[in-house]
Design a protein around this ligand. Sequence first.
Ligand code: C2E
Ligand code: CA
Ligand code: CA
Length: 483
Amino acid sequence: MGKVAQQVDLVRIEPANFLQGPSAFRSNGNCSTGQAIGRTFPRPHFPGISSTVISIIDNVRSDRSSFHSDQVTGLPSRVHFQSALHDMITNGVSECAVMFVDLNKFRRINKCFGHQTGDDLLHAAARRLRRFGIEHDAVVGRFGGDEFVLFVHGENDAAALNALAERLVSDFAEPHQLDSLSISVTASVGIARFPIDGTEASQLIQYAHTAMYAAKDMGGQGFRHFAPDMTTRAANSLQIEGRLRQALENNEFSLMFQPIVRPGSPDVLIVETLLRWKNDQNEIVTPDQFIPVAEESGLILDIGRWVLHAACRQASHWRQTRATPIVVSVNASPLQLANPKFCDDVQAAMEAAGLPPALLAIEMTERMMVAEDAIISANICRLTQMGVRVALDDFGTGYSSLSYLTRYQIQCIKIDRSFIDKIECDLQARALVQAIIGIGKSLNVVMVAEGVETQGQAALLESLGCDYLQGYLIGRPVVAEAL
Ligand code: C2E
Ligand code: CA
Ligand code: CA
């Protein structure tokens, strides 16, 4: 985890900042007074909120008894929060919303820095949320683990809640200063609205929880509103997880290989391995459906190990049977790269197959590097030292910081399909691809264009100096025997 010099003041609450929220949350000047964390703050007045509701809010905020509040953060506990929300609803609040907040990758912070740092971070996150709650007249509770809940009263307008959620997510992105450590942790937020999505406290919390998972599925650090089909999707995920557990034992996985060639040449020099799962119902499940579930459940570690072994075996077979060997490029998920034993797994797979490291590449996405995770950096360095190439996948969809290239000795960039899609008709996209290729080449990085589907795209990419092409024009993913 990198140290950031930035100093973040977590506790200062400036009265001047108090009214900076979205206009829907601003006071109309007719203020009453609310008591929170031992200090007195003006309270924005919402028409239609009864004094009973206001006193429920004040009570839940100020009750710090051990019976009602969580020991680590001092926030209202899950039970206390839920019963206050229930009381508010039965006492006639006309509109409100629940926001469910989950810290991304908190488990990893606990694992890397120990439980004390984990607790300190929760404490700091709770302080930040409490401050946010006061600024926006929301009540904050701790749901458990790294999960928090907020209810925002007097508001259920989607646009106003979007502005609030955006602010919450960006507030969270600021690093937390814990003694000598500066730790960044991002948040995923789910929103459920009363009475639009549900009318009972437990139901609203559950729906906000489901929406939070949908936000996580989109890569974390964002928010989603609850939608009824999310419950079906959540149930599907659970079903997939149950079946995935059996899939390895039942030998239900296989690999497809997609060719990567030099422009104008038919010779297949590299292939990307793409995982396929034929489940026990004989249905093909696409990686987009099951990889997120495998990552969420941790099963990706075992599945990824299987992929590495199968890919190395296949590459070794080609090396023995073909005039020109083929490099296999294997996708690795963030959880694998954050595993301190990942390089041992890679080494074991190469040794078991008798494959030289020059015939293996590992694809990782930019998002993995943003967190500046010490284990991920060490793994990338070790892969390079072992002689395994490292490729940056889906380039352009994340932060597109070229500084990663020099910092981590990345040998290959795969420009995302979304840019290649447009290069024939969109001059800006073309200029961007040209610039990426130019910088990559000056840093001695091999450039691959993904998703090449037309002759026009291939010709343009060749003229821009792109080293390799991949896409349906060159070939779709196929079984090994078809190459
Ligand atoms: P990716 O790494 O970006 O892989 C390329 C995806 O784009 C593949 O989809 C491929 O079939 C598709 N594709 C290739 N050329 C074209 C084209 O010209 N046009 C269009 N429209 N699509 C093209 P696939 O096989 O469904 O894989 C989806 C994603 O699943 C992959 O995206 C990768 O992120 C993930 N994945 C696949 N296999 C594995 C694996 O073994 N481990 C991990 N962790 N992730 C994997
Ligand atoms: Ca890939
Ligand atoms: Ca890709």
